[in-house]
Design a protein around this ligand. Structure first.
Ligand SMILES: CC(=O)SCCNC(=O)CCNC(=O)[C@H](O)C(C)(C)COP(=O)(O)OP(=O)(O)OC[C@H]1O[C@@H](n2cnc3c(N)ncnc32)[C@H](O)[C@@H]1OP(=O)(O)O
Ligand SMILES: O=C([O-])CC(=O)C(=O)O
Length: 457
């Protein structure tokens, strides 16, 4: 008998899938019957309470008489309203991402001296270990930068003399080094991807130790290393907005689940990166731009709301775009009326679009944001309150900053690693019990049949 050719559309592979389908059915009603919290959600859609945290609070609804009442979203880092952090940094004309990373890790805003020391420390760790770029990034390029980020973070284990020590001191050292190195890994991986897959020039500019995280990124991805202070501050704002979102978002939860086993930081951060890559999570910012490009190509009159809504309905029916049935950048597990990060990004995108003569495109985004809930309601028959999430406008802002789409989701990871590390440390220092939920088994007991008897059937 020949072996099965493991290639797309091969009949042998298809028959394996038929075998799987025939033996692996779980009727959807069983979830209700056994009161299984599908997606770890309560019947009203709220998340199952899985832990306690002092790092962040995500507010998206009110509960009255046991019902979820939609509300404007509010996000606080260590108790401080995200909007106040953003406004504070803008008012003082400062970069804010490093301050936020400190706040998330340690629990209080830093003093000037603490902030300066922290920035210097980050800058002194931006360079990767000797031969890391050559051996881990250049030699094995990946067309997906998130994949390369995860692999590189995991590989850092081999370059760490003390990788498995999970004491607070060692976790803190590793966390700060990772926050410092993520931009370098991301930009190197991007350069190698350009050269290898896109057949373009690759450049490794020297790292400037005086740069903030946002400046370091622009310095590394611009061929001429030129960028304005306004551009760097805008990227910094995006990093602030993406740094943290509570313990329950999928990637942070993944980091916490792995950390609860006592495994090393590199394993838990690689898992979080893998989670964030998913199109229902951080990967949505890339999908939004793909979806909007398709809308721009297929909707004849961008100002015709009926034509646009019809197209959005096609997307929800799974007949257009990636056929997932999702309008990317819309909806959220917690937020209902608004995601505060999307509100800030919309304002920024509007201003940038005015300055760059791109208002027509921005207004199309706004129209999609307005019409998506109707399209969703018409197709699904549900009047669910959905609004734009953080991923809806971020790609547009990055695009206007000249940042390639390859980096949209990786930039999310470069920022969110601050939150992931804070949660890992909190999990290990304050919880200390392995996460181990249960799965109800639906399998029926059956005897083992010997190979001869099976063949005789
Ligand atoms: C940083 C972030 O992770 S932000 C989120 C980024 N993700 C996206 O933008 C992808 C599009 N949005 C979605 O897929 C969802 O809204 C999520 C993943 C964000 C939240 O999912 P849930 O909490 O399960 O959403 P919720 O309970 O509100 O939705 C339930 C139903 O509405 C559907 N739905 C929710 N949002 C959308 C959407 N944008 N487009 C189409 N259908 C949607 C869900 O698929 C689900 O349908 P089903 O019951 O037939 O399976
Ligand atoms: O909270 C979530 O489920 C997803 C999200 O917005 C984030 O992680 O920023």
């Amino acid at each position: 008998m020949a072996e099965i050719v493991l290639e797309q559309d091969n009949p042998g592979l298809k028959s394996l899938c038929d075998e799987f389908r025939a033996n692996n059915k779980i009727p959807p009603e069983k979830f209700e019957l056994y009161q299984v919290k599908r997606g770890l959600r309560n019947p009203d859609g709220t998340g199952v309470m899985a832990g306690l945290t002092t790092i962040c609070n995500v507010h998206g609804y009110l509960i009255a008489d046991g019902e979820r009442i939609p509300d404007e979203g509010k996000l606080t880092y260590r108790g401080i309203d995200l909007r106040d952090i953003v406004e504070g940094c803008i008012a003082e004309k400062r970069f804010g991402f490093e301050e936020v990373a400190w706040l998330l890790l340690f629990g209080e805003l830093p003093s000037t001296e603490q902030l300066q020391t922290f920035c210097k420390t980050l800058n002194s760790y931006r360079e990767l270990p000797e031969y890391f770029a050559e051996d881990m990034i250049i030699k094995a390029p990946s067309k997906n930068i998130m994949n390369k980020l995860a692999r590189s973070v995991l590989a850092l284990y081999s370059y760490d003399e003390n990788p498995d020590d999970t004491s607070l001191q060692n976790n803190m050292r590793q966390a700060i080094q990772l926050i410092a190195r993520m931009p370098t890994i991301m930009t190197y991986a991007y350069q190698v991807k350009r050269r290898h897959f896109d057949k373009q020039s690759m450049y490794f500019h020297p790292i400037d130790p005086s740069h903030s995280t946002a400046q370091a990124i622009l310095n590394a991805i611009r061929p001429d290393r030129v960028f304005t202070d306004e551009e760097a501050k805008l990227l910094d704002l995006c990093l602030i907005l993406h740094a943290e979102h509570g313990g329950g978002n999928n990637s942070t939860f993944a980091a916490r689940v792995l950390s609860s086993t006592g495994t090393d930081i590199y394993s838990s951060m690689a898992a979080a990166i893998g989670s964030l890559k998913g199109p229902k999570h951080g990967g949505a910012n890339h999908r939004v731009m793909m979806m909007m490009n398709e809308i721009m190509e297929n909707v004849h009159n961008w100002e015709d709301e009926t034509e646009l809504e019809n197209y959005l309905e096609k997307i929800v029916r799974g007949e257009a775009c990636d056929h997932s049935g999702l309008i990317y950048g819309m909806g959220h597990a917690v937020y209902t009326l608004s995601d505060p990060r999307a509100v800030i990004l919309r304002t920024k995108a509007h201003k940038m679009a005015e300055e760059r003569n791109m208002l027509k495109k921005f207004e199309l985004f706004e129209r999609v944001e307005k019409l998506a809930p109707n399209a969703f309601a018409h197709v699904k028959g549900e009047m669910k309150v959905i609004s734009a999430n953080v991923d809806f406008y971020s790609g547009l802002v990055y695009e206007m900053l000249g940042i390639p789409s390859d980096l949209f989701t990786p930039l999310f990871a470069v920022s969110r690693i601050a939150g992931w590390c804070a949660h890992r440390i909190e999990e290990m220092e304050t919880c200390g019990r392995i996460m181990r939920p249960a799965y109800r088994s639906l399998s029926k007991s059956k005897p083992y049949i010997s190979l001869d008897q099976r063949n005789a059937k």
